[in-house]
Design a protein around this ligand. Structure first.
Ligand SMILES: *Cc1c(COP(=O)(O)O)cnc(C)c1O
Length: 220
């Protein structure tokens, strides 16, 4: 099957309300071009410099999403064009995104990445810390960012019950946060190649699918 075939198959299996982010990290511009020619316009990357290089090499109607951990000193590479940053996990990072967005005369859409997985190492807000910040209106100080919703990476396990519990937890958190952020807080980014059907069952509105479209990666 070609990249185009695989995207078409995944698309037809998704409810209309679910957005497909095709995760192209590590794959060359030609692979993205093939997906683009097949009609795909939303791509996710996890390294800022790689994202910038691909932005420059490919058509500018592509919507680029930053899905990986983002260091504050790298925000400047992507601020001029990035459409959505999924991985905001600190106030400090949001501050920098706000400042860089302002310099570009843009408003940048962001998601709050929340730690729901069992693994220690996974990035994301600890819920208690996030809730405390929200209750102190820490997010109302930003003019050039728009907090659009939440994101998570579920526990890396074959145990479906564990993954489901992670997804359900994210949806509960999202519902608890929604009144603080208003109507634009409408994105739940969860689900990857191995678990996106389950994520959709649990309420995902945006899935991030990489290897199922582009094949295996040589690095994470
Ligand atoms: C790499 C990555 C994905 C895609 O993973 P696949 O298992 O290849 O679908 C999704 N989300 C994030 C945050 C990633 O880093």
């Amino acid at each position: 099957m070609t990249i185009t075939d695989r995207i078409r198959d995944i698309r037809t299996s998704l409810p209309e309300s679910v957005t497909l982010v095709s995760v192209s990290k590590t794959h060359p511009a030609e692979a993205i071009r093939e997906a683009y020619d097949g009609g795909q316009r939303i791509f996710g990357e996890s390294r800022p410099q790689e994202l910038k290089a691909k932005y420059e090499a490919l058509p500018h109607d592509i919507e680029w999403h930053m899905i990986g951990h983002l260091q504050t000193n790298k925000v400047k590479y992507i601020a001029p064009f990035v459409a959505l940053i999924h991985s905001v996990d600190s106030l400090r990072l949001l501050e920098v995104i706000d400042r860089e967005a302002g310099k570009c005369g843009r408003t940048i859409d962001c998601l709050l990445e929340i730690h729901v997985a069992a693994e220690e190492s996974k990035s994301g807000w600890e819920w208690s810390e996030l809730l405390e910040n929200v209750q102190h209106n820490a997010f109302s100080q930003f003019e050039n960012v728009r907090v659009r919703g939440v994101m998570c990476i579920a526990t890396n396990t074959d145990d479906e019950a564990v993954v489901r519990a992670d997804f359900e937890r994210l949806v509960r958190y999202r519902n608890q946060l929604a009144p603080h952020f208003g109507e634009e807080f409408d994105i739940i980014s969860m689900g990857m190649s191995d678990d996106y059907p389950l994520a959709i069952e649990c309420g995902s509105t945006m899935v991030r699918v990489g290897s199922k479209i582009f094949g295996n990666r040589t690095y994470l």
